[in-house]
Structure formats: C-alpha cells, structure tokens
Design a protein around this ligand. Structure first.
Ligand SMILES: CN(C)c1ccc2c(c1)CCN(c1cccc(-c3cc(Nc4ccc(C(=O)N5CCOCC5)cn4)c(=O)n(C)c3)c1CO)C2=O
Length: 295
C-alpha cells in the first residue's frame, strides 16, 4: 500500500488532529446558560477568538461516538451554521468549542425584541431565509439536524442568524429526550413519520423549519395586538393532544401578523407525506422571490 493509505499512528502526544484543541489555549469566561449536555461558557481561544465552550456533563452524551463525528462536523462550514472549531477530548469533562454568537438563541431574541421586530416583516423573513440557507447547506451534505427550532438557532451581530447544534441529538443519552414518548422530545416540531416511526430526514427538518417560521412570525403581530412573540406552537396543548392534531393533519393557524403569502409557503412544510414537502434548496428560491415582492 502507498504511504498515504497507512493510518497515521494515533499517538496522543503527537496527534495533529486539527479538530483537537489544546485546553491551555482556552480562557473560560462567564456562563452563557446550560443545555442538554450541561453548562456552556463564553471563552477566548488563542487570546483573541471569541468562542462558546460546552463542558460535557458526565453521563449526558455518548462521548466516543461524538468525538468520531466531530471530525465530520468541523468540515461543515457555512455563514449560516455555527462553526464547530474543535474539541478538547484528552481529558474529562470533554469541551466542545464553537463560534460565539453574542445575542444568544433566536427564540429569546424574538421575545426580547418583539416591539422592534413585530412591524418588521422584512427582517423576520430575512431571519427565516438565513436559517433556510444554513439548512440547504446541511441538506446538500446529507446532514440531518434532528432538532431544528428557534431555540436551537443563534443570533450574532447585525441580525445574523445561524443554525446551531445540528446532529447533536444523536449523542444525547437522556431517553426522555431521545424517545418520542419522552417528556423532552420536541413533539411540536415533529412530523407524522417521526412521531410514528422516528424516521428523521431532511424532509423532517423541513417540517420543523415550518414550525420555526411560525415561531418567528408569531413575532410579527401588529402594534395594537397583544404581543405573542416567539409563541409556543399549539399553545398550552399537551403533547398527546398535539400528536392527535398532527396525525389528523390539523396544522398551525396563520400567525396574526403574518403575510398571507408567507403563510402559504409555511404550509408547504407541513405536508403529511415527506416527499410532498419542498427541499430546502427550492424553498430558498421561493422565499427569495416572496421577499422581493415584500421589500
Ligand atoms: C442536542 N441538542 C439539540 C442541543 C444540545 C446542546 C445545546 C442545545 C441543543 C441548545 C442549547 N444549548 C446552549 C446552552 C447554553 C448556551 C448556548 C450558546 C449560547 C451562545 N451565546 C449566547 C450569548 C449571549 C447570551 C445571553 O446571556 N444573553 C442575555 C443578554 O442578552 C444577550 C443574550 C446567551 N448565549 C453561543 O454563542 N453559543 C455558541 C451557544 C447553547 C447553544 O449551543 C446547548 O448547549
């Protein structure tokens, strides 16, 4: 075999795996919150690069599988994806180091800025288009998010919106989150084929994307209406009631402030059959043409 076919010796000390980050190059700063895997802190990498550091709580993640996958994830690079810079996997807890987004989750951003956002349909549509671009890139790379929602997107400076934590759902050990009967399973973002057979695909991501658009546009209520920003889909309904509605083909109603044409597009994400839903690729074009008309 030629030299390049031979596996490089995986000697820990000499491993030049570019996805491995030296923890000594990291300075940990304030806490940003906590997620599925535990606490996340802001940090500085090599003295100048703003990062977010997930410190994996023991027993929350299947770590070896994730470290293997991290090699693939670091290669996914797009302006509308939160960049995975690398991992510190030589000791425990494992650190996951990503790009830092200064305004936090899209859901909280919508709720915090509802006054200025509700009359700005163009900005709301632009946020949806940015998420669609990031998802179209993942779709092109046959990469499924599995938990797309406004809470799992992040906002940076100049209203940039990026998709975060794509693919991580596969490494969660908490079966309240992973099984569709669990209390933490994202039922309200799940299509029938996921509820019935946990059959994830880019088309199940498209269904979730429709719900994300609904989350964004419940922000777009008119001035005199009660603000319902970043509302919880299906309101106070219990998960079992939502499953019943989704199985019957009952879909989310048009958000009050939402443009009719935008709602028509949103509805396409909720076809009962995955093959009848648009791909993110052709969805991007439809949104772009609607935004031309709206502008
Ligand atoms: C399995 N799945 C789907 C998972 C797994 C882990 C996580 C998530 C889903 C999503 C939640 N999550 C998580 C938890 C904690 C932090 C981050 C998180 C928060 C960031 N940024 C900020 C910035 C500011 C603030 C903030 O406090 N404010 C208040 C004042 O006004 C400005 C905003 C919060 N977060 C950030 O850049 N990243 C990369 C991750 C994230 C996102 O990463 C996770 O760690």
């Amino acid at each position: 075999t030629s030299p390049c076919d031979r596996q490089a010796p995986a000697t820990a000390g000499l491993s030049h795996d570019k996805w491995e980050i030296d923890p000594h190059e990291l300075m940990l700063l304030e806490e940003l919150g906590s997620g599925q895997f535990g606490v996340v802190r802001r940090g500085r990498w090599r003295g100048s690069i703003d990062v977010a550091v997930k410190m994996m709580k023991e027993g929350t993640m299947s770590e070896d599988d994730f470290i293997e996958e991290a090699k693939v994830m670091t290669k996914l690079q797009h302006t509308n994806l939160v960049q995975l810079y690398g991992v510190c996997s030589k000791n425990r807890p494992i650190f996951i180091v990503t790009e830092y987004m200064r305004h936090g989750s899209l859901l909280n951003y919508l709720r915090r800025h509802k006054q200025s956002l509700n009359s700005n349909q163009d900005l709301l549509l632009d946020m949806c288009i940015q998420v669609c671009k990031g998802m179209a890139y993942l779709e092109r790379h046959n990469y499924i998010h599995r938990d797309l929602a406004a809470r799992n997107c992040l906002v940076g400076s100049e209203n940039t919106v990026k998709v975060a934590d794509f693919g991580l759902a596969r490494y969660v050990l908490d079966d309240q989150y992973t099984s569709s009967g669990g209390t933490k399973f994202p039922i309200k973002w799940a299509p029938p084929e996921v509820l019935n057979y946990t059959r994830f695909s880019s088309k199940s991501d498209v269904w979730a994307y429709g719900v994300l658009m609904w989350e964004v546009f419940t922000c777009g209520v008119l001035m005199w209406e009660v603000f319902t920003c970043g509302e919880m889909p299906y309101g106070r309904l219990k998960n079992s009631e939502v499953v019943e509605k989704v199985q019957k083909g009952i879909i989310l109603e048009k958000p009050k402030g939402c443009d009719k044409e935008v709602y028509e597009i949103m509805k396409k994400c909720w076809h009962a059959l995955p093959e009848n839903r648009p791909s993110f690729r052709n969805f991007k074009e439809q949104l772009a043409s609607v935004s031309q008309k709206l502008l």
